[in-house]
Design a protein around this ligand. Structure first.
Ligand SMILES: NC(=O)C1=CN([C@@H]2O[C@H](COP(=O)(O)OP(=O)(O)OC[C@H]3O[C@@H](n4cnc5c(N)ncnc54)[C@H](OP(=O)(O)O)[C@@H]3O)[C@@H](O)[C@H]2O)C=CC1
Ligand SMILES: Cc1cn([C@H]2C[C@H](O)[C@@H](COP(=O)(O)OP(=O)(O)O[C@H]3O[C@@H](C)C(=O)[C@@H](O)[C@H]3O)O2)c(=O)[nH]c1=O
Ligand SMILES: [Mg+2]
Length: 297
């Protein structure tokens, strides 16, 4: 397949290039300046994607700065809601299936169990609200689509929690990390594999049940403090930087955006309908840490 993915060097973009090309697909990043979701220009988005002549589109570009979004709500909505809708409209016009990525932060996080796809949403911040509006815009504009909610994304690429922890450990012996926010760390390379399977399903069958919203995260669950501890354990095993993790509460770590306390996602529907189960977060975390500690050859 020729797969166009929105964005240039995002975590999911780079992962999809690596895993998609290895699987024999042609993966074409389409990003700024040709495709700029902040511009509010649906025709420009369509032109940029049409140039790639794709068989399928992955909508991975987003405004992902959770705290900064609180002071830039218009920009976050322009990109994550209006812009996502323009990508979906382009997919519909081009007649190709679409996978759109969304987030666990569409949920309030005040429940006791992992969220299922049809549980009520209730974002606690601007980022989550803009992503929720994006889901709705995508599903309205492109019925031939799957919206995949993922979470806590890390990878060898871009900016993410694993890289932040390893960087901070270079200069610090102890780090305070919140232990009362629970979720599912998810490796972007695993996301890429899952997206490729979902796209293949959408391309080969028109069954309505394969369309709509799905939860796709790494297997297992944890909190940020334990995630940090796992990162340092994997790093220590390879002689990399480590720090002691001091578990703290959300109240001890004030941020502009309020984050959900329990945004764990239940992946049963994705496994049943698309046959996709991502690897355990601890296995993928160790692999990413190992790769980050390996000097480029
Ligand atoms: N990161 C996370 O923890 C999570 C992410 N998600 C979702 O997964 C998807 C992929 O996230 P991830 O790969 O981590 O994102 P990154 O933060 O790594 O990258 C963001 C991407 O969006 C692109 N982008 C930002 N603004 C614009 C714009 N105005 N026009 C065009 N492109 C733009 C960037 O472009 P450029 O390459 O040019 O910089 C980049 O490719 C997003 O939809 C995100 O909401 C869901 C859950 C967790
Ligand atoms: C750096 C650091 C963070 N934290 C806390 C803050 C926060 O609650 C948590 C994670 O920090 P981050 O800034 O990486 O988290 P955040 O940017 O909120 O990550 C989110 O990004 C968006 C895009 C998503 O869609 C979500 O799924 C989620 O991955 O750890 C500490 O407690 N100590 C620290 O030293
Ligand atoms: Mg962040």
């Amino acid at each position: 397949m020729r797969i166009a993915v929105t964005g240039n060097v995002g975590q999911v973009v780079q992962s999809l290039v690596e895993r998609g090309m290895a699987a024999g697909h042609v993966v074409l990043p389409v990003g700024r300046p040709q495709l700029d979701l902040a511009q509010g220009d649906p025709e420009a988005v369509l032109r940029a994607l049409d140039l790639a002549q794709p068989d399928a589109i992955v909508s991975a570009a987003a405004y992902t700065a959770v705290d900064k979004a609180e002071s830039e709500p218009d920009l976050a909505h322009a990109i994550n809601a209006t812009g996502a809708g323009h990508v979906a409209r382009a997919a519909a016009r081009l007649g190709v299936p679409l996978v759109h990525l969304s987030t666990d932060y569409v949920f309030a996080g005040d429940g006791a169990r992992a969220y299922r796809e049809d549980d009520p949403t209730g974002p606690t911040g601007v980022y989550g609200a803009s992503k929720l509006a994006g889901e709705q815009a995508v599903l309205a504009a492109c019925p031939n689509s799957a919206v995949l909610r993922t979470a806590w994304v890390y990878s060898p690429f871009g900016a993410n929690f694993v890289k932040t922890m390893l960087r901070l450990a270079d200069s610090r012996e102890e780090l305070g990390v919140v232990a009362d926010q629970w979720g599912n760390p998810t490796c972007a390379l695993d996301i890429a594999d899952g997206v490729l399977t979902v796209l293949a399903n959408l391309a080969s069958s028109s069954t309505p049940e394969q369309r709509g919203v799905f939860h796709m995260t790494g297997a297992g669950e944890t909190n940020w403090a334990h995630f940090a501890a796992a990162i340092f354990a994997a790093s220590a095993e390879r002689g990399g930087p480590t720090a002691r993790v001091n578990p703290i509460t959300t109240a001890d770590y004030p941020t502009p955006a309020r984050r959900p306390a329990n945004s764990r996602l239940d992946g049963t529907k994705l496994a049943q309908i698309h046959g996709v189960r991502l690897p355990d977060w601890q296995v993928s975390t160790a692999q990413v840490v190992a790769r980050l500690l390996t000097p480029p050859s």
